[in-house]
Design a protein around this ligand. Structure first.
Ligand code: UFG
Length: 349
């Protein structure tokens, strides 16, 4: 099986040096796939790829390119036999997207369109797209189901995901030979159990788990919990946190799925279980034997009280479901943070 996959060619990961990309690279290599990474390191670093090589004992073919640069992308397709693509490359900071919408639309749409043109030119038919639960917007009650109407997102980042999903729906309709999967991630957290790779945000983290981890390591004084007056059991928001190792495994299932099928399919990737912000903080304290100083602050604009996934389709069709729980997520996030208190950013040797 492994050898057959290798003879067939490689999977190209755009944005493969990022948080989800590195963990997916590990999972694909361990499943016997050959992987090529294309990344411009705008929000990642070459050292992350060194770490992946350390974990897997395998050499990764790495291209430092901007995926929106057609010439550079064409070169990757010309030099390699690519059988499928997982498209992670894109900007993802919600707050920045509100301030700099043109930058977000330009980058996220350009990378996708350039990639699609390139795939068409080289006859590459299989694509997995890194989408987000954000496409469900604020009009759908949880649990979110793949058949719900999407596209009313609260910010330009979310709209880029919704627009790209629509582009891919149209591409799949026009090109029947294409096989496309949209993976809608809920809240990815955690890290590889080795502590060698993990989430590596620059500046002040926007997301909950990196912020909690940085408080734990002493980089931030305390956590502010945005709102404790929501209509939820403990007053704080509820989310569907999903371990990055489970999420990575979902990409292996998705790439195997696109290789065997045609058309377009959408899958939620979460655990199907909501936990509150306070649940996460208390679990982090318990499993790691630490205190996380926190205070309650005002609600953050744009936050939804409750977001979680119906994950039955992924189980039924992909044969995938999350195996790891909130304790695993908190333990592995802390393991990564304490081993890399300042993240990672040195260059590839
Ligand atoms: N939170 C805090 N304090 C913080 C950071 C976050 O209380 O310092 C709270 C938020 O208010 C929210 C919860 O923790 O209630 C989770 O917030 P995150 O920023 O970690 O995650 P979001 O659910 O807001 O956003 C995530 C991804 C987005 C994606 C969205 C889809 O970061 O990219 O899920 O629902 F679009």
């Amino acid at each position: 099986m492994t050898d057959m996959k290798k003879q067939n060619g490689a999977v190209l990961l755009t944005g493969g040096a990022g948080y989800i990309g590195t963990h997916t690279t590990v999972a694909l290599l361990e499943a016997g796939f050959d992987v090529i990474v294309a990344d411009n390191f705008s929000n990642s670093c070459p050292e992350a790829i060194n770490r992946v090589e350390q974990i897997t004992g395998k050499k990764i073919k790495l291209y430092e390119v901007d995926v929106a640069d057609q010439k550079q992308l064409v070169q990757i397709f010309a030099e390699n036999k690519i059988t499928g693509v997982i498209h992670f490359a894109g900007f993802k900071a919600v707050g920045e997207s509100v301030k700099l919408p043109i930058k977000y639309y330009r980058n996220n749409l350009d990378t996708t369109l350039t990639l699609l043109e390139c795939m068409a030119r080289f006859g590459v038919k299989n694509l997995v797209f890194s989408s987000s639960a954000t496409v469900y917007g604020d009009e759908n009650p949880s649990p979110c189901v793949e058949t719900m109407r999407t596209g009313k997102c609260a910010n330009p980042y979310g709209m880029t995901k919704a627009f790209i999903e629509q582009i891919l729906v149209d591409v799949a309709a026009a090109h029947k030979e294409m096989s496309i999967v949209l993976l809608r991630y809920f809240n990815p957290v955690g890290a590889h159990p080795s502590g060698l790779i993990g989430e590596n945000p620059g500046g002040i983290p926007n997301n909950l788990m990196p912020y909690v981890s940085q408080v734990a390591v002493g980089k931030r004084d305390k956590l502010t919990i945005f709102g404790n007056d929501y209509n939820t059991p403990d007053g704080t928001c509820q989310r569907d946190f999903i371990h990055i190792m489970d999420l990575a495994q979902a990409h292996v299932k998705a790439i195997e799925f696109v290789e065997k099928n045609c058309g377009l399919d959408v899958f939620n990737i979460g655990t199907g279980e909501p936990y509150s912000v306070l649940d996460l903080v208390q679990t982090f304290e318990k499993v790691n034997g630490l205190k996380i100083p926190y205070e309650f602050g005002a609600r953050r604009e744009g936050d939804l009280p409750v977001v979680w996934a119906d994950v039955s389709k992924a189980a039924r069709v992909l044969g995938w479901k999350a195996e790891l729980n909130l304790e695993d997520m908190c333990r592995d996030s802390w393991n990564w943070q304490k081993k890399n208190p300042h993240g990672i950013n040195s260059s590839r040797n």
